[in-house]
Design a protein around this ligand. Structure first.
Ligand SMILES: NC(=O)C1=CN([C@@H]2O[C@H](COP(=O)(O)OP(=O)(O)OC[C@H]3O[C@@H](n4cnc5c(N)ncnc54)[C@H](OP(=O)(O)O)[C@@H]3O)[C@@H](O)[C@H]2O)C=CC1
Ligand SMILES: Cc1cn([C@H]2C[C@H](O)[C@@H](COP(=O)(O)OP(=O)(O)O[C@H]3O[C@@H](C)C(=O)[C@@H](O)[C@H]3O)O2)c(=O)[nH]c1=O
Ligand SMILES: [Mg+2]
Length: 285
C-alpha cells in the first residue's frame, strides 16, 4: 500500500515516518514538496503520488500567532485537509487526520467524548474544527484522531521549552488552572500504526464500520504547572515552579480551562493508551 505522509518534520510526523514503515510504502513530504498553504500544489502532489492512504499530521499549530493570521491558519488547517479529502475520494483512498482538544471550550470539568458539543475559543481551534468538518463532509473512509498537549524530545513543544527555561532561570511561573492530558508524539504515531494494521486486515468493511472521530490522549490528567514539575523532576533539575493563574499569564489566544478528553472509544475498539506520567518518563529516559 502506498502511503502519503505530510508534515514529516513535525513532532507527530517525524514519529509517523518510523511507525508507518510496517503499514506500507511511505512517501513522506515536507513543506518544500507540498506546501499546505498552496492548495493547487496539494492537489498536484496527491495526483502524482496516487496514494491509497493519506496521513496528515501537518498543521498550523502556533496557537497565539493564529489569532493574527486567521486566513493562513484556515487555509492550512481547514481548506488543505478539505482538498486532501476531495482528492482521496477521486482516488478511492482513505485519509487519516489529527485534531485537537482545543475544539472544546473546556468550560465543564468533565472529560469530553467524541459526540460532545464543540465550541472552540480561539482561531487555531476553530480552524482545526473546520478541517474535521471538511473531511467528514467528503464521505470518504477516514479517521480523525483528536489529541492534546503533544510533546516529545524533538520539535517545538512545551517539554523542551520548559527544559530550556529551567536551565536559564531559577524560577518558572506556570499556569495551574488549565487542565489537560500531555500526550507523547510517539504514543500518537504508534497508536495510529496499530489502528491502521487493523484497518488493513479488515478491508473496506472495516472503514465502513470505523470511520470517524476518535480521542487519542494519554490517560489521566494534569495541569501545565504539574506537568512542568514532573518534567523538572524527571530531568533531575532544580528549579522552583511557581503556580500562577491564566490571568497572570496573558496570551493573545484564549485557552480552554478543562481540556481533558475521554479516549474510551479508541481503547474499547483498538488498543490501550498509557498514563501521561508513565509516557513522560519513557520519553525522557
Ligand atoms: N502540538 C500540539 O500540542 C498538538 C497538536 N495537535 C495536532 O496534531 C497534529 C500534529 O501536530 P504536531 O506534530 O505536534 O505539530 P508540529 O507543529 O510539531 O508540526 C507541524 C508540521 O506541519 C508542518 N507545516 C506547517 N505549515 C505547513 C505548510 N504550510 N505546508 C506544509 N507543512 C506545514 C510543519 O512543517 P515545518 O517543520 O516546516 O514548520 C510541521 O512538519 C496537528 O494536526 C496538530 O493540530 C493536536 C493537539 C496538540
Ligand atoms: C512558556 C510558558 C507557558 N505558560 C502557559 C501558557 C499556556 O497556557 C500553557 C501552555 O503553553 P503552550 O504555548 O505550549 O500551549 P499551547 O500552544 O496552547 O498548546 C496547545 O498547542 C496546540 C497546538 C494544541 O492543539 C493543544 O492541545 C495544546 O498542546 O502554559 C506558562 O504559564 N508559563 C510559561 O513559562
Ligand atoms: Mg504552542
Amino acid at each position: 500500500m502506498k502511503v502519503l505522509l505530510t508534515g514529516s518534520t513535525g513532532q507527530v510526523g517525524y514519529e509517523l515516518a518510523r511507525s508507518l514503515q510496517g503499514v506500507g510504502d511511505v512517501v513522506a513530504v515536507d513543506r518544500n514538496v507540498m506546501d499546505l498553504s498552496n492548495l493547487d500544489q496539494v492537489r498536484e502532489v496527491i495526483r502524482s503520488v496516487k496514494p491509497q492512504l493519506i496521513v496528515n499530521p501537518a498543521a498550523y499549530t502556533a496557537v497565539d500567532k493564529a489569532e493574527s493570521e486567521p486566513e493562513l491558519a484556515y487555509r492550512i488547517n481547514a481548506e488543505a485537509p478539505g482538498v486532501m479529502a476531495e482528492e482521496a475520494k477521486k482516488l478511492g483512498a482513505a485519509l487519516v487526520h489529527y485534531s485537537t482538544d482545543y475544539v472544546f471550550d473546556g468550560s465543564q470539568p468533565s472529560a469530553r467524548g467524541e459526540d460532545d458539543a464543540v465550541a472552540p475559543l480561539n482561531v487555531y481551534g476553530a480552524s482545526k474544527l473546520a478541517g474535521e468538518q471538511a473531511i467528514a463532509a467528503a464521505g470518504i473512509p477516514h479517521l480523525i484522531f483528536r489529541t492534546s498537549w503533544v510533546y516529545g524530545m524533538r520539535g517545538k513543544n512545551f517539554l523542551l521549552t520548559m527544559l530550556r527555561l529551567a536551565k536559564e532561570r531559577d524560577e518558572l511561573r506556570v499556569v495551574a488552572d488549565q487542565h489537560g492530558a500531555p500526550t507523547w508524539s510517539r504514543t500518537i504515531a504508534d497508536t495510529t500504526a496499530q489502528v491502521l494494521s487493523q484497518a488493513h486486515a479488515g478491508g473496506t468493511a472495516w472503514w465502513d464500520q470505523n470511520s470517524g472521530i476518535y480521542h487519542l490522549s494519554a490517560q489521566g490528567q494534569t495541569t501545565w504547572h504539574e506537568f512542568t514539575q514532573a518534567i523538572i523532576e524527571e530531568a533531575g533539575l532544580s528549579c522552583n515552579v511557581l503556580p500562577i493563574t491564566t490571568a497572570d499569564y496573558p496570551t493573545p489566544a484564549k485557552r480552554p480551562q478543562y481540556s481533558v478528553m475521554s479516549s474510551e472509544r479508541l481503547m474499547a475498539r483498538f488498543c490501550h493508551l498509557p498514563d501521561w506520567k508513565t509516557a513522560l518518563q519513557l520519553c525522557m529516559r
